[in-house]
Design a protein around this ligand. Structure first.
Ligand code: ADP
Ligand code: MG
Ligand code: MG
Length: 762
């Protein structure tokens, strides 16, 4: 293996040349105008690390070859750049040196580039992004072209499509009479690329054709660095371009339609985080709110929060759950943590390809760049614009979609699913096996969930229906009742309310399946707190119902067993509602019993309620139910894992206490890798689920098994549920698009043989 490769040699191996180097070779090969050069490989880097020696002879040969192809002598006409190039993307983290014209300078430059792999910034970046340290970098030696030569020279960066919206046109900027670093640093606000069209139309047209060639070759949107020397265009770098969530979806869908990629590829390319960002907030109404400044709409979405001027301050406030907008003249790689902590970023300098713009777009955070009318005083921690002085801690709202800054905190709303996203998700639906349902308690929530494409309701909690004031008083009457007659009267009132609710939900569902969970909460949840209970009878019941540990107390089916009239009333309301809307609207309703530990509970409930025509299933959320899944399967029509309570049970953690008191420390110390309430714990909770599924299916081959609970909308958990043969996940409305996408990606990975089925579910 050689230590040095020329751009014209037949090697495009990224592990040897790094991304930048390998892509320069590729661009040379497909006929683009790239200044000639050669690459001191990553192997040579490793050798240098071991021995401190560079392959001097090979480098000198390379230089002689450069002299012969350019027809210039090194140090006289010929200058070179020495550029870092690693096989992992570490934008702007390592060094690049321009305008080198002596051998002595160049050898020290190569050492500096190799050394920059271990500079502080790069080390920190690798730590944040889990990149191993032993990969290393190559050094690219390339003939210089001079962007600062004359008025027909300049340098710039373009994306082959709009990185914010995904539209198909050149998107970027350039600076005339300048060399590369002036642009990336954000030190000079560049001109939009459209101005190049009028300044040098032939160059602009060539750039468009280069964009087309690159996209056809790489089959993805590209981020291209170029320099113009006296009217001649040179391409200096290309890589897949970072983009907003909205752009990611649009580009994937458009490229599939253009025939550049397949539909499967389009579905695979969009990341779950892209969708999260896409369903980002926007400003609800701007009436009566004053615009303080406008800037470039660098990353879409809106955010409101307190103004801070220092990244560490952003971090500090975010840790206290405060919303913050980081305001800076410009940002640099050192500010990453502060940017990550902030809800949005506003800069007064820099353009659409500045550091702040690129980083926020990738993170899915709103950003406004180059808002030159704001004058920032970092010392005084304030900015001034249009006659207003905004101090640290005051609230502003930024709309990164339009580039507008408002005074004060404006109401925000979620955006709707765009046409492109609808289309992508409809392709995803064709690939996935896992069903996607919604956790929804009311007809309104169902309507919203339907707009995100759910296939029914996997969990309808009935306690929410008791929380409206007039209903709350009815359930309180039931709790406080002294006679059976009083009890029955209160329950009848509740039954009528429930009936109404179910009628509305069934109509909205229009035949889609719904699983209704019977009352789960302990009764004292419906009473005021002891201190608020002034009426003697209320106080008496509060004391009587008080529990030491309500989480594992008198709730769920335990309450159903001691107070069967409640479940009886609920089932009656469901059946009545069903008969009221049928046959006009088909009703596909099932009843789910919470907190079950034994089949005897299920049998008892079945005897108590008259549930003719309703399926009855078990919410699998106790450890014992999982261990008895085989037996339960005989009597249950379906299972649905309630992974929140199941996680609490498996860990013996109460979620609230854990998250408030010690989980953060556990995560920081690495005692736990993830918050098990967010990402399913495969090794503990997951094993229990796998065992339960195995026994259930052994006894009832096609028993329907779902997951409700927040894990049902979390990407890694969804993949896992797919693998262990769950039939569907049920999650909150806003997570449905992510669930549809990830379920499809999991199925496509199976097809590609990337994952093996976790267990034999037959
Ligand atoms: P980074 O990885 O930080 O982007 P690069 O190696 O791409 O660093 O160099 C930064 C900029 O320097 C390039 O975008 C380009 O404008 C300029 N540059 C690098 N090599 C040359 C060259 N041979 N001729 C002209 N400009 C160059
Ligand atoms: Mg570059
Ligand atoms: Mg529960």
């Amino acid at each position: 293996m050689a230590a040095v490769y020329r751009f014209v040699d037949d090697c495009e191996d990224k592990m040897l040349l790094g991304n930048k180097g390998a892509n320069l070779v590729t661009m040379t090969k497909i006929g683009l105008r790239v200044p000639p050069g050669f690459i001191v490989s990553i192997e040579a880097y490793a050798e240098y690390k071991r021995t401190g020696r560079l392959p001097i002879e090979d480098i000198e040969n390379g230089l002689r070859w450069l002299e012969s192809v350019t027809g210039k002598r090194f140090g006289e006409g010929l200058m070179v750049s020495v550029r870092s190039s690693a096989p992992v993307s570490m934008p702007g983290m390592m060094d690049t040196m321009l305008n080198i014209k002596s051998k002595a300078h160049m050898i020290s430059a190569i050492k500096k580039i190799f050394g920059s792999w271990d500079n502080l910034r790069a080390v920190e970046y690798r730590r944040l992004n889990n990149i191993p340290r032993d990969i290393g970098t190559s050094a690219v030696i390339q003939a210089m072209v001079m962007g600062n030569k004359d008025d027909r020279s300049g340098t710039g960066v373009v994306f082959t499509r709009n990185a914010s919206t995904g539209e198909r046109h050149l998107f970027g900027e350039y600076i005339s009479r300048a060399q590369g670093e002036d642009l990336v640093s954000g030190a000079r606000t560049p001109s939009p690329i459209e101005e190049l069209r009028s300044a040098m139309p032939e160059v602009y047209a060539e750039l468009e054709s280069v964009a087309h060639t690159l996209e056809s070759h790489f089959r993805d949107m590209q981020d291209v660095e170029f320099t113009i020397e006296s009217g001649t265009l040179y391409i200096l770098q290309t890589r897949a371009g970072k983009r907003s969530g909205q752009a990611a979806v649009k580009i994937a869908v458009d490229m599939a339609k253009e025939g550049l990629i397949s539909r499967e590829e389009a579905v695979k390319r969009v990341k779950p985080e892209d969708l999260k960002a896409l369903l980002h907030k926007r400003v609800k109404s701007t009436e009566k709110h004053e615009v303080v400044a406008r800037g470039l709409n660098a990353a879409p979405g809106a955010a409101a929060g307190k103004v801070v001027f220092h990244p560490l301050e952003a971090l500090r406030l975010a840790e206290k759950n405060e919303k913050v907008i980081l305001v800076r003249p410009e940002t640099s790689p050192d500010d990453i943590q502060g940017i990550a902590a902030a809800d949005g970023v506003l800069t007064s300098r820099g353009g659409l390809t500045s550091h702040a713009a690129i980083v926020t777009r990738a993170m899915g955070k709103p950003c406004i760049c180059g808002a030159e009318e704001i004058k920032i005083d970092l010392k005084a921690e304030e900015f001034e614009a249009r006659g207003h002085v905004v101090h640290k801690g005051m609230e502003i709202t930024i709309d990164g979609t339009s580039g507008t800054v408002y005074l004060g905190s404006l109401p925000l709303e979620e955006v709707e699913v765009t046409a492109e996203l609808q289309e992508l998700l409809s392709w995803a639906d064709g690939f996935r096996r896992l069903g996607v349902r919604a956790n929804a308690d009311t007809a309104d929530m169902m309507k919203l969930a339907k707009s995100f494409g759910c296939e029914g309701i996997g969990l309808c909690r009935t306690e929410r229906q008791f929380n409206a004031p007039e209903r709350l008083s009815a359930i309180r009457e039931y709790i406080l009742a002294r006679t059976e007659a009083e009890k029955a009267e209160a329950l009848e009132t509740l039954r009528l309310y429930q009936e109404q609710d179910f009628v509305a939900i069934f109509r909205e569902l229009d035949g889609l399946p719904i699983i209704i969970r019977l009352l789960d909460l302990p009764l004292h949840e419906f009473l005021p707190s002891e201190t608020d209970a002034t009426v003697p009878r209320v106080r008496e019941m509060v004391q009587q119902l008080r529990e030491i540990n309500p989480m594992i107390g008198h709730r769920g089916v335990r309450l159903g067993v001691t107070n069967p009239e409640i479940y009886r009333m609920q089932v009656e309301a469901i059946c009545q509602a069903k008969s009221m809307v049928e046959p006009k609207v088909k009703v596909n309703a099932a009843v789910m019993i919470p907190q079950v530990i034994t089949v005897q509970e299920l049998l008892w409930v079945k005897r108590q309620v008259k549930a003719a025509g309703l399926k009855i299933g078990v919410m699998m959320e106790t450890v014992r139910a999982c261990m008895r899944a085989g037996k339960l399967a005989h009597e249950a029509d379906f299972f649905s894992f309630g992974t929140n309570d199941l996680t609490q049970a498996v860990y013996s953690f109460s979620r609230e206490d854990a998250e408030k008191k010690f989980l953060a420390t556990y995560l920081r110390l690495g005692i736990l890798q993830d918050n098990p309430f967010e990402i399913i714990d495969v090794k503990g909770v997951g094993r229990l689920m796998e065992t339960a599924i195995m026994w259930a299916r052994r006894n009832k081959k096609d028993i329907e098994i779902g997951v409700c609970g927040e894990h049902g909308g979390e990407p890694r958990s969804i993949r896992y549920f797919h693998q262990i043969g769950v039939d569907y996940v049920s999650c909150s409305a806003f997570r449905i698009p992510v669930a549809r996408l990830v379920a499809a990606q999991a199925a496509l990975d199976d097809k590609a043989g990337k994952t093996e089925a976790k267990i034999d579910t037959a």
